[in-house]
Design a protein around this ligand. Structure first.
Ligand code: NDP
Length: 410
C-alpha cells in the first residue's frame, strides 16, 4: 500500500463476523426436506446455540419432516399434501411440535413470527407462502427462484412495501450481492452469471436426444434436487437466474450475461465502468451461500472445504451455446419481453421437466414444449402485464394447462 492511502478501519467494514449475543435468530425453513432445506438445517445444527427453529414444511415426505422437526425441536411442522397429515401427526406425537397440513397451513407456517424464512420449496408452488412471509416484512432468504421468475415485480414491490429484506441463496446471486460495491447500480456495466454447463456441456445436439432423466440429474459439480438438476442440464436454470438477477438487483436485461465455467468456482463477474471486474469464488457447496443469506451483512463460519486454487490449477470459460441449449434463449427472450412471459415460461418448463422425469418426454422436447407453449400463449393473448399475486397465479394456472395440452398434441 502506498503511503498516504487511507486505510479502511476494520470497525467500519460493512461485513463483520457474527458476535456472541447477536443471535439466536428464529428461523423457519420452507421445503425443509429438500436439498437446500437439509443443507440449511445442517448449518443451523452446526450453530445450534445461535438458532431456534420455528416452522418446517415439506410436501409429502412426512418421515423426513418429522425427523427434522424432532432433531431441531421445531415449534411447528406442516405437510403440504393433506393425505400425509395423519402420518406426520403420529410421527410427531409427544414431541411438542404442533402439526398442520395443506396449502393454507404452508402459508400460515410462513407467516409465523420469525427473524428469517428460508424459502426452499421447489417451483411456483413456493410462491404463495414465500409471498406471505415477504408481505409481512419477514426477512426472506430466497432459494426458490421460480417465485421471483413468475412474480418478479409484484414480489419485489411487496418486499419494498413491507420494508422487508430479500437475500438471495442461489450461489450466483449471493456472489453478485457480495461483489456490489458502494458505487451504486449506475457504476455497473454488466453482470455475468457463471454456468457449469451441466452434464451435457460437451454433447452434440443429436446425442442430447438420448439423454435420460438419470443422466440429467447427475450433475458434475453440485448435489441438488431433481428439478433444478434438469434445469441445469438444459441451461434453463441459468435463464431463470438471469430473470431472478434482473429483479433482485434492478438491472436491465442488456446488463446481464452468462459465461460457461465448468469448474463452478467463480460464481459471478460484476464489471464496473472503470474497467474493474469483481469476481466471487468459493467451492461449489450450497452451505456457503446459505450461510451468507442467514448472516448477511455479517459472516458466520461454515464447515465447508476451503478453496485450494493451486490444487485446482485451471479455470476455464466458454460462451454458452444457445443452438444446443435453446432454453437459455427462451428465458432471455421472456425476460426481455417481461409482463406475464416469464411466468408462462416457468410454468411450461415445470410441466416439461415433470414429464421428462416421468419418462413421457425426451430431453430435447423440454425446450420445444416451452417454446410451443409461449407461441400458443401469444396467439391466445395470454401475454399481458401482471400487477398482483392473483394475476400471477391465474397466468401460472392457464400456462400449465396450455403446456399440458401442447404436450398431448406433440
Ligand atoms: P428439492 O426437490 O430437493 O426439495 C424441494 C422441497 O420442496 C422439499 O422439501 C419438498 O417436499 C418441497 N416441495 C415440493 N413440492 C412442493 C409443493 N408443491 N408444495 C410445497 N412444498 C413442496 O429442491 P431443491 O432443494 O434442490 O431446490 C429448492 C429451490 O431452491 C428450487 O427453487 C431451486 O431452484 C432452488 N435452488 C436450489 C439449489 C440446490 O443446490 N439444490 C441451488 C440454488 C437454488 P418433499 O420432500 O415432501 O417433496
Amino acid at each position: 500500500m502506498r503511503s498516504g492511502t487511507p486505510q479502511l478501519d476494520i470497525e467500519d467494514a460493512p461485513v463483520r463476523a457474527i458476535g456472541e449475543g447477536e443471535l439466536p435468530r428464529r428461523v423457519s425453513v420452507l421445503g425443509a426436506t429438500g436439498s437446500v432445506g437439509t443443507s440449511t438445517l445442517d448449518l443451523l445444527a452446526y450453530h445450534s446455540a445461535r438458532f431456534e427453529v420455528v416452522a418446517l414444511t415439506a410436501q409429502r415426505n412426512a418421515k423426513a419432516l418429522a425427523e427434522a422437526a424432532r432433531r431441531h425441536r421445531a415449534e411447528h411442522a406442516v405437510i403440504g399434501d393433506p393425505d400425509h397429515y395423519l402420518e406426520l401427526k403420529e410421527l410427531l406425537a409427544g414431541s411438542g411440535t404442533t402439526v398442520a397440513a395443506g396449502p393454507a397451513g404452508l402459508v400460515e407456517a410462513a407467516e409465523r413470527p420469525a427473524d428469517c424464512i428460508m424459502a426452499a420449496i421447489v417451483g411456483a408452488a413456493g410462491l404463495e407462502p414465500t409471498f406471505a412471509a415477504a408481505a409481512q416484512g419477514t426477512r426472506v432468504a430466497l432459494a426458490n427462484k421460480e417465485c421471483l421468475v413468475s412474480a418478479g415485480s409484484v414480489f419485489m414491490e411487496a418486499v419494498e412495501q413491507a420494508g422487508g429484506e430479500l437475500i438471495p441463496v442461489d450461489s450466483e446471486h449471493s456472489a453478485v450481492l457480495q461483489c456490489l460495491d458502494r458505487g451504486g447500480r449506475e457504476a455497473i456495466e454488466c453482470v455475468h452469471l457463471t454456468a457449469s454447463g451441466g452434464p451435457f456441456r460437451a454433447w452434440e445436439r443429436s446425442r442430447l436426444a438420448t439423454a435420460t432423466p438419470e443422466m440429467a440429474t447427475r450433475h458434475p459439480n453440485w448435489s441438488m434436487g431433481a428439478k433444478i438438476s434438469v434445469d441445469s442440464a438444459t441451461l434453463m436454470n441459468k435463464g431463470l437466474e438471469l430473470i431472478e438477477a434482473k429483479h433482485l438487483f434492478g438491472l436491465d436485461p442488456g446488463q446481464l450475461g452468462v459465461v460457461v465455467h465448468p469448474q463452478s468456482v467463480i460464481h459471478c463477474l460484476v464489471s464496473y465502468l472503470d474497467g474493474s471486474v469483481m469476481a466471487h469464488m468459493s467451492t461449489p457447496d450450497m452451505t456457503t451461500p446459505i450461510a451468507v443469506s442467514l448472516a448477511w451483512p455479517r459472516r458466520m463460519s461454515t464447515p465447508t472445504d476451503r478453496l485450494d486454487l493451486v490444487k485446482l490449477s485451471t479455470l476455464t470459460f466458454e460462451r454458452p451455446d444457445e443452438q444446443r441449449f435453446p432454453s437459455l434463449r427462451l428465458a432471455r427472450e421472456a425476460m426481455e419481453r417481461g409482463g406475464s412471459a416469464p411466468a408462462i415460461l416457468n410454468a411450461a418448463n415445470e410441466i416439461a421437466v415433470e414429464q421428462f422425469l416421468a419418462g413421457k418426454l425426451g430431453f430435447l422436447d423440454i425446450a420445444a414444449l416451452v417454446e410451443q407453449t409461449l407461441c400458443e400463449a401469444e396467439r391466445l393473448g395470454y401475454l399481458c402485464e401482471v400487477t398482483d399475486l392473483a394475476g400471477v397465479l391465474e397466468v401460472d394456472r392457464s400456462a400449465r394447462s396450455l403446456a399440458r395440452s401442447c404436450g398431448q398434441m406433440a
